[in-house]
Design a protein around this ligand. Structure first.
Ligand code: ATP
Length: 230
C-alpha cells in the first residue's frame, strides 16, 4: 500500500497541500481529480520528494518521507511519468528508456519492449519522429524499466487523440491487473471514472471526497459538477 497521511507541501513559502490523506493499494488504480491548481501534480511531487513536505508518505509500511527522490524510486519502486512525458526528443527510443538506469534496470529492456509492439523496430529512432501515442509508450516504458510497485502518472492522455488515450489506458489497466498500484492525475472526471477504482477529488490542497467508481450515482454527480464537464 502507498499511503499518504496529513501530507502538506510547499513551494518556497507558498503552501500548496494542506494535509492530504490517500491510499493506493497494489492492483488498484486511484485517480486524482479536481480543478486547476487543486494540488494534483503537487501530490505526485510530494510522493517523490520533489517538494518540501510535512506528514508521512509510506510504502508498504516503510516511512519514506525523509528519503531523497532517487531512493524512493530505486529502493521503494515508485516510478513516475510526468505531464508532457519529459522525454529527450533528440535522443533515440533506446537512449530515452535507459538514460539514468542502473544495470539491473537496463537488463529489463526486452521485457518492457515486449509490452509495446509499436516500439519494437523503432528503438534507434529519434523520439521526435514518433507519434504522440508512441512517445507516451516510451515514457511509460522508461517508468516500467524501474520495476515499479507503484506508478504515478500525470495526465497520460494529454494532447493525445481519444482512441490513443484508450490504448494507453488499456496498458495501464493491464499493469494494474498484474498487481501494480497506479495513482493517476486525470483532468476528465468521466475518463478517470472509466479507468480508476477510486476517484479522489482534491480541492485547494485537501481531499474533498473519495468516490468508489462502482457507486455510479456518486460518479454521475461528480461528472455533472461544473468542473467535471469538459
Ligand atoms: P493543474 O491541472 O493546473 O496542473 P494541479 O491540481 O496539478 O493543477 P498543482 O500544479 O499541484 O495543481 O498546483 C497546486 C498549487 O501550487 C497551485 O496553487 C499552483 O499555483 C502552485 N504551484 C504549482 N507549481 C508551483 C511552482 N513550481 N511554484 C510555485 N507554486 C506552484
Amino acid at each position: 500500500m502507498l499511503t499518504l497521511e496529513s501530507v502538506k507541501g510547499w513551494y518556497g513559502s507558498t503552501q500548496a497541500l494542506f494535509g492530504v490523506n490517500l491510499r493506493v493499494p497494489p492492483g488498484k488504480t486511484v485517480a486524482l481529480v479536481g480543478t486547476n491548481g487543486a494540488g494534483k501534480t503537487t501530490t505526485l511531487r510530494a510522493i517523490l520528494g520533489a517538494v518540501r513536505t510535512e506528514g508521512s508518505v509510506r510504502v508498504d509500511d516503510v516511512d519514506i518521507s525523509a528519503k531523497p527522490t532517487h531512493r524512493r524510486v530505486n529502493d521503494h519502486h515508485i516510478s513516475v511519468v510526468h505531464e508532457g512525458r519529459g522525454l529527450l526528443s533528440q535522443l533515440s527510443v533506446l537512449e530515452n528508456l535507459t538514460v539514468g538506469a542502473n544495470r539491473a534496470q537496463r537488463a529489463r529492456i526486452d521485457e518492457v519492449l515486449d509490452l509495446f509492439p509499436a516500439l519494437q523496430g523503432r528503438t534507434h529512432q529519434k523520439v521526435s519522429l514518433l507519434s504522440g501515442g508512441q512517445q507516451q509508450m516510451v515514457a511509460l516504458g522508461r517508468a516500467l524499466l524501474r520495476d515499479p510497485k507503484y506508478l504515478l502518472l500525470d495526465e497520460p492522455g494529454l494532447g493525445l487523440a481519444p482512441v490513443v488515450i484508450d490504448e494507453i489506458y488499456r496498458y495501464i489497466a493491464e499493469l494494474c491487473s498484474r498487481g501494480m498500484g497506479v495513482l493517476l492525475v486525470e483532468q476528465s472526471v468521466a475518463r478517470a471514472a472509466s479507468v480508476a477504482d477510486e476517484l479522489v477529488l482534491l480541492r485547494v490542497g485537501t481531499v474533498d471526497r473519495v468516490i468508489d467508481t462502482a457507486d455510479s450515482a456518486q460518479v454521475d454527480q461528480l461528472v455533472a459538477d461544473a468542473f467535471g464537464v469538459h
